[in-house]
Design a protein around this ligand. Structure first.
Ligand code: NAD
Length: 350
């Protein structure tokens, strides 16, 4: 049976949840609440039921699930109060501003015996899924290094995202998605973290960062978010024991170069500025197979399909609280490393 969803915060992302719920095969939209009258008026104009207060949302017995889509600094209180009122709760990312706050939210979920999860919707991104399926297929062997980047060129948005008290900054905004993906792509204990925070357009929050992670086996990862990149680097670049892969941009297919033979008989040198080189010359098709893989099929609404089944105890929730906590810990390490300029030796219980 469909579950009834109420949304707290009817801004950009609350609007996304509302539109989704209106078309969903698994949830109905009970209504929205927002502290801004203009957003309430807009919801009414869109034919959506509006609540007069947050209390009215959590006291509505018909509401099964509360979605929190407010700025990051107010997630904690909304989530805890909704859980303790007996609602299942989905919180937008980043779920909290600290691991400590998150632990309080999890304790409330446990006390209430209600489901609590986080909208890590970029687990359904086709670029990420293409890299994940390539790793799982074993087609180009064990992973050596993965680089995951998103680049923009307009600086950080000028709303609450550029203000620290609201939980602004790119580590919390985009970093949370990319780190979440990376920890699933390389499911190993972390040994070391080094992060450079950038302040190109503002000193208030990081407007970009480069994070380097070393895992237990020696595998490495780079996660980078930039908002001052007038030429973009590829979305994904991956080196494996038996080849390499690259996804240039969101809409592009994954390019794969699979090693067929390590030794080459003839290497045609390439001309460089100072002379010729065989070391840096490209491989030929006798030793390398180059091809593209089809973009995986993905439906982000599977998040809600899983959520409803998880509420009914029919499926395990896909976005698990232990995974969310691990990402928050890495983000905390990013700030410690970024502010101190030091790498962090990470002793992780995994
Ligand atoms: P937004 O500024 O567009 O909207 C936030 C809304 O919350 C505003 O309308 C504001 O009036 C309202 N609000 C603020 N405090 C409130 C309160 N106490 N009670 C009720 N309403 C309140 O921001 P946004 O872009 O929609 O982001 C909201 C959340 O969604 C953030 O946590 C953000 O990180 C997340 N988000 C997630 C994704 C994703 O892909 N998962 C994308 C964008 C934003």
């Amino acid at each position: 049976m469909k579950k009834n969803v109420a949304i707290v915060g009817y801004g950009g992302q609350g609007g996304w949840h509302a539109n989704h719920a209106l078309k969903s095969d698994v949830v109905n939209l009970s209504g929205i609440y927002d502290i801004k009258q203009s957003r309430i008026d807009l919801a009414k104009a869109n034919g959506i039921h509006t609540y007069d207060s947050f209390e009215a949302v959590i006291n509505d017995p018909d509401v099964d699930i509360v979605v929190c889509a407010t700025p990051n600094d107010v997630h904690k209180d909304i989530v805890i109060n909704a859980l303790l009122a007996g609602k299942n709760v989905v919180c937008e990312k980043p779920v909290a501003l600290s691991v400590e706050d998150f632990d309080d939210m999890c304790a409330a979920a446990k006390k209430a015996g209600k489901l609590f999860t986080v909208h890590q919707n970029r687990r359904w991104d086709v670029d990420y899924l293409a890299i994940q399926s390539l790793i799982n297929s074993g087609e180009i062997g064990e992973t050596i290094n993965i680089e995951s980047r998103v680049h923009g060129s307009r600086g950080i948005p000028s709303d609450w995202r550029c203000q620290k008290p609201y939980g602004g900054g790119m580590v919390l905004d985009w970093g949370v998605h990319l780190i979440d993906q990376m920890l699933l792509l390389i499911p190993e204990k972390i040994k070391k973290i080094y992060c450079q925070l950038r302040n190109i357009t503002t000193n208030e929050v990081d407007d970009g960062f480069t994070l380097q992670i070393t895992f237990e086996s020696g595998k490495t990862a780079t996660v980078e978010v930039g908002t001052y990149n007038f030429i973009y680097m590829p979305r994904f670049y991956m080196q494996c024991k038996n080849g390499a892969a690259m996804i240039e941009d969101w809409q592009k297919k994954c390019k794969v170069a699979k090693l067929k033979a390590w030794n080459e008989k003839e290497v045609v040198p390439v001309q460089t500025a100072a002379g010729i080189t065989k070391t840096m010359a490209p491989r030929d098709e006798i030793t390398l197979d180059s091809y593209e893989i089809e973009r995986p099929v993905s439906d982000v609404h599977d998040f809600y399909r899983n959520l409803v089944k998880a509420v009914d105890g029919e499926e395990e929730q896909i976005v698990k609280l232990c995974q969310v906590r691990r990402v928050l810990k890495v983000m905390e390490a990013c700030f410690i490393s970024g502010e101190s300029g030091q790498a962090i030796i990470y002793d992780e219980a995994f």
